[in-house]
Design a binder for this molecule. Sequence first.
Ligand code: BGC
Length: 909
Amino acid sequence: MKNINRTVSTLFTPFADDASFGNGDSPSAKMIDGNLTVLKWPVKRESKTPVFHVMRVFILIALPLIFVATSLQASDTASYLNKTAPLEDRVNDLLGRLTEAEKISLLGGANVSTTVAIPRLQIPGMRMADAGSGVRGIDDSNNGPASLFPDAVMMAATWDPALIGRAAAAIGEEAHNKKAGSQILLGPAVNIQRSPLGGRNAEYFSEDPFLAGQMAVGFINGMQAVGTAACIKHFACNNEEVDRREVDVRVGERALREIYLPAFEAGVREGHVWTVMSSYNRVNGPHASANHYLLTDVLKQGWGFDGMVMSDWHGAHQTAAVINAGNDLEMPGPGKYLNPTAINLALQNGQTMTAAIDENVRRILRTIIRTRLLDGPWQPNPDTVNSPEHQKLTRVVAEQGIVLLKNQGSLLPLDMTKFHSIALIGIAVTNLQISGRGSADGTPFYSISPLAGIAKRAGDKVAISFASGNPVNEAVDAAKKSDVAVVFVSCYRTEGEKHDRPSMALPGRQDALVRAVAAANKKTIVVLNCGTPMDLRAWLDQVPGLLAVWYPGQEGGSAIASVLFGDVNPSGKLPTTFGARREDYPDYGNFPGVKNRVSYEEGIYVGYRHFDKESIVPLFPFGFGLSYTTFEYGSVRLSQSSLDPHGQISVSLEVKNTGSRAGQEVVELYVHDLSPKIDKPVRELKGFAKVSLEPGEKKTVSLPVSARDFAYFDVPGKQWKADAGDYEIQVGASSRDIRQKVTVHLASTFTEAVPLSSDQLSLNGGFGKNAAEDLAVGRPVQASSALEAFDAENAVDNDDTNHWSSERGSPQWLKVDLGKTTSINRVRLFWGDDYALDYALQVSGDGQSWTDVTRTSRGMGDIEWIRFAPTEARWVRVLANRPGKTGGGYSINSFEVYGASEHPLPDSP
Ligand code: BGC
């Protein structure tokens, strides 16, 4: 890893020219941070008038005093620029110098990729670039080519966080050495691959939270070690692309805590990531960018995150709610909601407070200081971009991430003494998809196609023929005439950012192509160029060889050749289950949801947790991958068989390479609760290690296990909990190939409390199998007025995509008849654009006389949960007295009422 070249320039050392003090001819002074600092003073040597004596006294006595005084003041003034001062001192110093207006200006970006600069205090803007597999500018200033690594899913397939750390360090170096230099790289993206159809699956690491978390930690460590801020994204539950800016993900807290949040938690608590990006979608109501539960309760208070949260691009939709929730920065700029006019209005209305603004600004300043922007300008070293070391590393990551899925009769590696001709078939032979789409896209300086990589490796002694597969008979001819056929099938950019896949089928006529080629040549190997599991059943049993090569980056063609010819022994394993059919997946029936709502009804049973629970045989299980050699797992030893709730044990075993080639094995550790007190997955990954072994060599692998690894999230108790009892440690080569088991006794119950969450999540209703019932749905409803086509019924039709609109003027009301007197305790109000600043929620037994349940003059719009003590009521009404927007009426997308008898914390299953 290279050191970053930095120089301290005079631009950032305000007293650099003080050396010339007293030698000048004319008075001069300059403003530093608004304070006048005397720099030069005229000295008249010839005259000896009284003025001279006054001057002499002044120079000899007063001036040194002034100098000392101004120096003291000056060094104090500049302490935020002192790079040796402690971070918090610098932050405090700088915060104290900002005017209110300057603080407010920092909350919205300056443009598409940069934060606001404050020249008065020499604060430059921070620049950001996408993303996880290479530096892709989000504006022209930092665009242009850069080294392109494999996508995240392939990085995870290496099961080697340290290697991914090296890749991230290279990406981080290129980020600040490219043309305009970026301080923040908008990765890693760690969302869980919930569905095989998820458009951004290739950009995400895994279906498993532990694997995704470990990859995130490796990535962040590597990137931040070279001074570039990582940005863990998209927080949280951005698991689909349809209506991604509006979809309301309804997910139980147990699934959130156990499946969707742990990778972020690892990135924050173990990786110490400097920035977080909130996601586009809503999570149980509010947008992630306005989600106090996620951003403040969980991230900041719960995990102790002290860095900066930015919105996803155009992902902020409110002013005060976004600030108060803890979304520090709106991107891109200029802020649509976090701009001076809107923020001042919110302050004036009492919807937000200056303390909240100070807190958010503090986090932005911390990031500016951490990225060393106040330590002097960058001295870019363009040679690091696409350096030979980086090129080599892109190839190593691709080689390590290729997964060998099938190798009947040990057809691979190709033995060049037996095979003299190879037919390469498929468009991807010359047009391999090497990166994802959207933010994951990359432009390398060069890329090696499979044709180029294989032809170079095969040399003159092997005849290579190429057929695109169109028409099919050309490919069949080539396959017939060759000793071996290698067919490349690809997703051809049918998935990506903004694009979920329509189905698991390979696009076009690729299934037919593989079948025809396999019929023509029994030695057919398929190379899968996809970022997500596909339906392979049409031909899988007809081909002896199959490799997953994902989106392998610029050296994809060379890496594929290395594996095909055995220069590299494949060691990648699946970071995601390859199920046989769409119906086998847990999100089936609940993806992508309807009318902007998606219920994660499968709860914690995502990926292999579902396949295991339902005993569904996948095509290839999570953690699976073949090698050209074989490994033997020795018996497992525990450092002690009884575990103290706050202790740790070490699980070790010997792994031996029993074949004749050097290779690497990923050893996987799963935990299994032998007497679960609540429903728990059959097994959960809690450790892994990749070990390199020469033929015949043995090595001891040791993995730590602690009680937290056995824990589930106890929703009512708001804590992590592992009940005392026996747990099985399973060690194996995949989630379905457990080689060794051993029992550990947890001596007493382990708990770890999390800070109490705000009401937003616990108030949630309407998702999962235990969905709280919205009592207002379809009930008779009336309103004070309604604009045509925006009837009151729209507010109670269980559909967030249409709304009731009143006429202009106040007050306006909407009331719903529950049909009978009912005990209620929660109302969810989902305002349209025209929300109420001042409103009351009221109940009535007769529909005539109303009692206030709550009243506010600081409404913020969007989704507001109102919780109150159980109250008997038949009618419920919202009475709007003052609009949030001047002159408008009111609009409500959804008015939901929940009964006090409902379980307040619905969680599934
Ligand atoms: C994507 C982010 C990306 C950002 C900036 C958004 O559309 O969701 O992943 O970092 O754009 O390009």
